[in-house]
Write a protein that binds this ligand. Structure first.
Ligand SMILES: [Zn+2]
Length: 108
């Protein structure tokens, strides 16, 4: 089973994640800010990755049965910022417009 990890437009974290998953002996393939992982328990791998890389401000959200989102979770929603419905990323309206488009990239 292949799970798609959506890194919410962050190519760098997608690259780090791909290397980490491969180092654990699993199959992973990066496509821009997306990572395809051929493994059942992807959420657990992502939690290990967050711990391993010290990215404690990131969290894992289940988008649907085949997609999980790895994104920064802001503890306090700042006034004037809107949030992405898909992953909870908070930004100005303009930034969010570009951000939402990143989720719309069709891989398949
Ligand atoms: Zn998002």
């Amino acid at each position: 089973m292949t799970i798609l990890v959506d890194c919410a437009g962050d190519d760098e974290i997608a690259s780090d994640l791909t290397k980490y998953v491969i180092s654990l002996g699993h199959e992973a393939k990066q496509d821009n800010s997306y990572v395809l992982i051929n493994e059942k328990d992807v959420k657990n791998i992502l939690k290990l990755f967050i711990k391993h890389s010290g990215k404690s401000d990131y969290d894992v959200l289940q988008a649907d049965s085949e997609t999980v989102v790895l994104a920064k979770v802001l503890p306090i929603r700042e006034f004037g910022l809107a949030t992405c419905e898909i992953c909870g990323y908070a930004a100005s309206d303009e930034e969010l417009f570009a951000h939402r488009r990143a989720h719309g990239i069709q891989l398949f």
